[in-house]
Design a binder for this molecule. Structure first.
Ligand SMILES: NC(=O)c1ccc[n+]([C@@H]2O[C@H](COP(=O)([O-])OP(=O)(O)OC[C@H]3O[C@@H](n4cnc5c(N)ncnc54)[C@H](O)[C@@H]3O)[C@@H](O)[C@H]2O)c1
Length: 293
């Protein structure tokens, strides 16, 4: 059972999230549950913001029914603001950017958010793979910026990578892991390097599994079972790729290939599946079928 006032001690009172999609909604949920006084979600349009609010409400209802939080739903939803107005970030002590994984879009979005922030506010990105130092290079206050890499689904994931760029200030380097602990998650502090600790290794295994399907080595279920039963992975690499989204993983692989070489080159099968709209769980079909999607 969460105790917001205690858990929230190290958190900024008002937290902003830019981009209320799969990850942004989860991040907003995490800060609400941890006791932030207000969470402000900004998306491209009022309609997109309302979609985010509906998802967060659904996640809060799930947390209530599982006994993770208690009280009336309104106790949590009253502290949520969903809007298309980026000016709402002016009252936030921390803003986390979670727009799609595209360098130009991230730079433009972070600069737009930073322009609204009070000078003492903090800024973070949830990028899975882009260089924090590159992003920091486009900002006015790079010492107040770091990576906070949440995992999907956020409510159930215990890990957050805290990614420190060369210009990340010491104060933020000390604060960010404490925020993660306040969310009842475990921080892993990593240096800014392509793919950080998790994506680099996770994507390498995922790409090799896709190459094995491509070469007809085994069926997806057998490849996944080999890792789950043989190596005690909690989930197989292909099932995980379906959950993350093939399009999301393709983007990360292309970036890692550009930074680390051809061992990260996306398999043709992956490109073909993305071109066919087989994006995994969210599209109803990936390496497995999801009739309910
Ligand atoms: N999906 C995952 O498993 C996962 C895990 C860890 C990190 N990430 C990273 O999180 C980020 C977001 O991924 P996602 O899966 O939530 O994507 P998503 O497509 O589900 O959500 C993106 C959201 O951003 C909004 N958006 C787009 N342009 C915007 C703009 N200019 N201003 C404000 N909002 C805008 C979209 O409307 C959408 O709501 C990416 O950087 C991704 O690499 C994703």
């Amino acid at each position: 059972m969460s105790t917001p006032s205690a858990a929230a001690q190290s958190l900024p009172a008002t937290v902003g999230v830019l981009g209320g999609g799969r990850m942004g909604a989860g991040i907003a949920h995490a800060f609400l549950v941890a006791g932030a006084e207000e969470v402000v979600v900004v998306d491209v349009s009022q309609e997109a913001a309302q979609t985010a609010a509906a998802q967060i409400t659904k996640d809060l209802e799930a947390s209530l029914s599982r006994g993770k939080i208690d009280g009336e739903l309104s106790r949590w939803t009253d502290r949520l603001t969903a809007t298309a107005e980026v000016t709402a970030f002016a009252r936030c002590g921390l803003v986390i950017e979670a727009v799609p994984e595209d360098l130009d879009l991230k730079v433009e979005s972070l600069r737009r958010a930073e322009a609204q922030l009070a000078p003492e506010a903090w800024l973070a990105t949830n990028t899975s793979s882009l260089s924090i130092s590159t992003l920091a290079g486009h900002l006015q206050r790079p010492e107040r910026f770091c990576g906070l890499h949440f995992f999907n689904p956020v409510p159930a994931s215990k890990l957050v990578e805290v990614v420190l760029a060369e210009r990340t200030g010491e104060e933020l380097a000390a604060l960010a892991p404490r925020w993660v602990e306040s969310l009842s998650k475990t921080p892993v502090v990593v240096k800014d390097a392509p793919g950080f600790a998790s994506s680099r290794l996770g994507v390498a295994i995922g790409l090799e599994a896709i190459r094995m399907v491509e070469e007809g080595v085994a069926d997806p279920a057998d490849i996944d079972n080999a890792m789950v039963l043989g190596y005690k992975f909690p989930i197989g690499p292909l099932a995980l790729t379906d959950i993350v989204g093939l399009d999301v993983r393709l983007g990360i692989a292309e970036y890692l290939e550009s930074q680390l070489g051809e061992r990260f080159a996306p398999p043709q099968l992956m490109r073909d599946m993305v071109a066919r709209g087989e994006l995994g769980k969210k599209s109803g079909k990936g390496f497995y079928d999801y009739p309910e999607a």
